[in-house]
Design a binder for this molecule. Structure first.
Ligand code: AHR
Length: 482
């Protein structure tokens, strides 16, 4: 059993934006997890905690979606500008009904992006906002010359306009964003997007329409039919849960073997979802001008016992790392249409990269997958022919003469011998890392922050264009070849 990689054939670019992140005003996802304020004892730069920013910089996050999620359709941006003491205190109705003091607003978001070197993806309020409110937010952020909103921005300390690369028009408009029917939403989308102006022709705004919930193909068909030519992207949301019951999703850490396999199977369902939604989009947009973006994905479990149920806090194990790898592989495979994805959510919420507790921070197994997959960003997809053993998966790409191969074996007990014919052009393995652990529920806690982390892998061989290795049970390996 072997795979021959077609390295002579160049596939579509695997957009770096597939490695996007999502941070919502939800629990400690932003407050405490990213933003601690200038006066905090936790080391920070302009209020952004330095440990978190540095960890995220190391994985080069390309884009950060904000402010929600469901929060976006309750967010009135003017509440979050101006002197902090004067900002309106509101109730976060979706997430724990806690007081939101709006200390993190538009200026703080762009400061965070600046520190991270990431692009902006802002989700506008359709559910409870007006066309004028949305139009004025765009004007506030991006108008270079004189105007009422650019004047206000300048009064608040920001002279130059910011770059808003991606702008979402409503979130989950089929549900918490307004309970709209697709016909109605499609018309509302057309109306709102008319007033989302480009103030700088050289810096166009990429407009994202609310797409389907998981397998709602009728939504995709209807929105594409009515609004397809007015949108740059359609967003898909899909979460992986171990069971089929949203009221008993299962524990993040305490799970039997059959839930390991069920979770993987549910993650693999992403393949069917993107294939079928992309096929519908093909009917209306055969040139693939518009993208399918998956701007919310990841695992969702019962919350960590004892935590606020509205805060969606959960641990993150080797199982989550496997879900991340398998899902990223699917996105790579569909790179011709899927051009952005945003895992939910960066810090402390759902399938996070990082967990914090006061001044402490740990990296999750999912973080290490994002680290190990970095070489795939903006590389050309490489396909292969042949078969692999059951329970294994791979993805390959090429960039700057190097071949990157990421392999997964989600079998809990059996190792998998693998052979790849990569061709005579590749002569050496320049780097190889592995993520695995003795147990399937291995995770990093504040007591044991390095229980699972990536390590060097030295057991692969490359000879006469043939790569051979044995992939241990429940492991993920990335190799670079030159
Ligand atoms: O990511 C958590 C929530 O899941 C988001 O706010 C919402 O869009 C989705 O239902």
């Amino acid at each position: 059993m072997s795979i021959t990689l077609l390295t002579e054939k160049s596939g579509p670019t695997i957009s770096k934006y597939l490695y996007g992140q999502f941070s919502e005003h939800l629990g400690t996802g932003i407050y405490g997890g990213i933003y601690v304020g200038e006066n905090s004892d936790i080391p920070n730069v302009h209020g952004m905690r330095s440990d978190v920013v540095n960890a995220l910089k190391a994985i080069h996050i390309p884009v950060l979606r904000w402010p929600g999620g469901l929060f976006a359709d309750t967010y009135h941006w003017q509440d979050g500008i101006g002197p902090k003491a004067d900002r309106k205190k509101i109730v976060n109705m979706n997430w724990g009904k806690v007081t939101e003091d709006n200390a993190f607003g538009t200026h703080e978001y762009f400061e965070l992006l600046h520190q991270l070197g990431a692009d902006a993806y802002i989700n506008g309020n359709v559910g409870s906002g007006t066309v004028q409110e949305m139009a004025e937010w765009i004007e506030y952020m991006t108008m270079p010359g004189e105007s009422p909103m650019s004047k206000l921005r300048q009064q608040n300390g920001q002279t130059a306009p910011w770059r808003v690369k991606f702008f979402g028009i409503g979130n989950e408009s089929w549900g918490g964003g307004g309970n709209m029917r697709p016909e109605y939403y499609a018309d509302v989308y057309r109306q709102y997007r008319t007033f989302v102006h480009h103030y700088d022709a050289d810096k166009p705004l990429y407009k994202v329409a609310c797409g389907p919930n998981a397998g709602d193909y009728h939504w995709t068909d209807t929105v594409m039919k009515i609004a397809g030519k007015y949108l740059d992207a359609l967003s898909l949301h899909y979460y992986t849960i171990p069971t089929d019951d949203w009221s008993h999703k299962g524990s993040a850490t305490d799970f039997p073997e059959d839930q390991w396999y069920a979770t993987i199977k549910h993650a693999q369902h992403m393949e069917e979802l993107v294939t079928r939604h992309a096929t519908i989009m093909d009917q209306y947009d055969p040139e693939k001008r518009a993208s399918l973006i998956v701007d919310e994905w990841g695992t969702w479990y019962d919350v960590t016992p004892g935590t606020n149920p509205g805060f969606l806090q959960q641990q993150n194990t080797l199982r989550d790392a496997m879900v991340a790898a398998i899902t990223l592989n699917i996105f790579h495979k569909h790179a011709d249409r899927v051009r952005m994805a945003n895992i939910a959510q960066t810090v402390n919420v759902l399938q996070a990269m990082l967990l914090t507790d006061g001044p402490n921070m740990v990296k999750t197994p999912t973080y290490y997958v994002f680290d190990m997959y970095q070489q795939h960003m903006d590389a050309q997809q490489v396909t292969g022919i042949g078969d692999l053993p059951a329970h294994t998966d791979y993805t390959a790409s090429q960039k700057d003469g190097a071949l990157t191969l990421s392999l997964t074996n989600y079998d809990l007990t059996a190792a998998a011998p693998l052979t790849f014919n990569v061709g005579p052009g590749f002569k050496q393995i320049t780097a190889a890392t592995i993520l695995t652990a003795p147990t399937m529920d291995a995770h990093n806690s504040f007591e044991d922050p390095e229980a699972i982390q990536e390590a060097k892998f030295t057991k692969a061989t490359l000879k006469d264009g043939t790569l051979q290795l044995t992939l241990p049970a429940k492991s993920i390996i990335t190799l670079s070849l030159a």
